[in-house]
Design a protein around this ligand. Sequence first.
Ligand SMILES: C[S@@+](CC[C@H](N)C(=O)[O-])C[C@H]1O[C@@H](n2cnc3c(N)ncnc32)[C@H](O)[C@@H]1O
Length: 238
Amino acid sequence: MEATNLLYRDPALYDVVQSDSTSADLCQTLIEQHRPDARTLVDFGCGTGRDLEILAERFECIGVDLQPGMVDHAHQVRPGLDIRIGDMRTVRLGKRMDVVTCMGNSLAYVHDYEQISQVFATFAAHTRPDALLVLCSPVAPITRTEPTTAAVDTPRGPATVTIRHEWDLRTQINTMHRRWVLPWGDEAQDEIRRRVLFPRELERYAEGAGFEVLDMTDGTGAGPTGQSAYTVARYTRA
Ligand SMILES: C[S@@+](CC[C@H](N)C(=O)[O-])C[C@H]1O[C@@H](n2cnc3c(N)ncnc32)[C@H](O)[C@@H]1O
């Protein structure tokens, strides 16, 4: 995964590309709505800690990510955050929190049924009674196949990126092919494979790990209408 994604090889560029994201604000709104007394939070697949930086203004936070390059970058640019290297399939921090989050489609990088169950077991292993899970993940395929091109302002000048999607119904994996033309003229290719879990599948995984799903929303107050959705669940197993 690391080798094929330019943004993971260049976490500073990842932060630039994601800079207009509102996911942390939305996550906070969902927590206020469902668990207003929450004080502690763990974010699995936290990447460079861009959401965690905002959430840490309100909660005592720990972040976990698989890739040392993302975590090193987080330590450099967000030195105040507690971000650790770990695999959300297996990591055990020995702490239980009021909120568990997994944002920015991180769950979609785990493709296999058994391993997805392991991730939900990790969520459960870090929850206090009545804790909240906030998960942002792909719930529907991208079936558009024609490529689109966009300009991206990077710290080193303007780049362009051409994106083409491929959907494999058999595996429920969406592959995003990206071709970058970088400010200094070099080209780079990406291939990002994300597993779609449809709403009823997500519900099944959550319930199997002891969570009751409270809400599934596109962020506007409506149900899941787009390609990604926010799932909010409460840990009900004693
Ligand atoms: C698209 S990024 C999202 C990062 C962050 N949540 C955000 O919204 O900016 C996906 C992240 O998931 C992490 N990831 C993928 N599989 C993981 C695993 N098994 N355990 C921990 N992190 C994982 C990747 O290293 C990557 O940083």
